[in-house]
Design a protein. Structure first.
Length: 377
């Protein structure tokens, strides 16, 4: 990545030499150039929200910024990119979206996330720390910045305008208005599940901002809940990519003797899963872990893995995450253990499962979704 201070070598995490996706884009470079062109003072408290792979904080490391992210993988990438470019690991304060925000923000840099709800939640959390002199600059590709994005900055922080586009990137420029009334944060959202979704019918769901389908039960999960395995004999169950945790909670309610691990790379998701589990008074033992798929789970220690793989990484469509989840599941499962997957029919997960497990069985389908089972031999 080209910055006003020189070239940086950056990579996504986990590194894959076959992955053609970059760890930065033109909007990151545009923001950094703007800071120099406008002589933005960086001696105070610099906070970077939504930095996708650590590109921005690596470039600004000498100013000791704080990074706020919902992504465990982003934190891992940030540490690796700091080391790759000779920066001290302690130069950047790594915070999650669940951590208390800094008490004062002098420069707020925002990489616009895909989720408007997550942006709303984080701007509302940061607003008390923003003052009249705070420099607020958002950035994103033109296709990522909508009228609703600008309206949100203006509603929460103050008057907002956009820059001219450069290389299909645009900046959001906000002038903080300390007199603006403080809003109550509507997140997390709590709702009851409808009937007809198996063991989860009528149960409570807690969704933090940014979690997939945060204000309702998505139709894929609804279909999965109607076709979950009976789970008899499964002592160790994993809700892999747990989201709000409703799938793992349904298994825990149906099988009180099972230990359930809820894991996701999103801090917001794992917080949601834990809140959903506790809100329903599920019996048995549960563990809640933020991490990279099934890293850290001992081989051959799991009886059943339930998975709804994401097929987007930020704005990019990719099957990299699904591959990592499937191979990790095969390693973690004991012989005879099962991976159950829900996915859009067109994604062709049955082909991937056959390559990883040597088998794939169709459990249920409708015009849009399939539920597949693979057995560890």
């Amino acid at each position: 990545m080209t910055t006003p201070w020189g070239e940086l070598e950056l990579a996504r995490f986990p590194e894959d030499p076959r992955d053609r996706l970059r760890a930065w884009d033109a909007s990151d470079e545009y923001l950094l150039t703007h800071l120099v062109e406008q002589r933005v003072p960086l001696a105070g408290s610099v906070v970077v929200l939504g930095d996708r792979w650590g590109a921005l904080v690596t470039a600004l490391a000498e100013h000791r910024p704080a990074q706020i992210t919902d992504s465990y993988l982003t934190q891992r990438a940030t540490r690796a990119n700091l080391a790759r470019n000779g920066a001290d690991a302690s130069a950047v304060r790594l915070l999650t979206t669940q951590d208390p925000p800094p008490e004062r923000v002098d420069v707020l840099l925002v990489r616009v996330p895909k989720s408007l709800a997550l942006l709303e939640d984080q701007l509302l959390r940061l607003a008390p720390a923003v003052h009249e002199g705070t420099v607020v600059v958002g950035t994103g590709m033109v296709k990522e910045i909508h009228t609703s994005t600008l309206a949100l900055f203006e509603r929460v922080l103050g008057p907002t305008r956009t820059s001219l586009a450069r290389r299909k990137a645009r900046l959001i420029l906000t002038t903080p208005d300390p007199a603006r009334p403080r809003e109550a944060n509507p997140w997390p959202v709590v709702y009851a599940l409808p009937e007809g979704v198996g063991a989860a019918s009528g149960r409570t769901v807690v969704n933090h901002a940014g979690v997939f389908c945060a204000d309702r039960l998505d139709i894929g999960t609804r279909f999965f809940l109607r076709h979950l395995p009976d789970g008899e004999g499964a002592r160790r169950v994993v809700d892999l990519g747990c989201g709000n945790g409703v799938v793992g909670t349904a298994m825990a309610l149906a099988h009180p003797g099972a230990d359930v691990l809820f894991t996701d790379e999103s801090f917001q998701a794992v917080a949601s899963a834990e809140a959903t589990y506790k809100a329903n008074g599920a019996p048995g033992h549960a563990e809640f872990r933020v991490g990279d798929a099934l890293d850290g789970v001992p081989p051959g220690s799991v009886d059943l893995v339930l998975n709804n793989p994401p097929f987007h990484s930020h704005q990019a469509t990719t099957d990299t995450t699904a591959w990592r989840m499937f191979t990790g599941a095969r390693r973690a499962l004991r012989p005879g253990g099962e991976l159950w997957v829900i996915g859009n029919r067109h994604l062709g997960y049955h082909v991937k499962l056959r390559r990883v497990f040597g088998n794939s069985e169709l459990v249920a389908s409708d015009p849009k979704f399939v539920v597949l089972k693979a057995v560890r031999k």
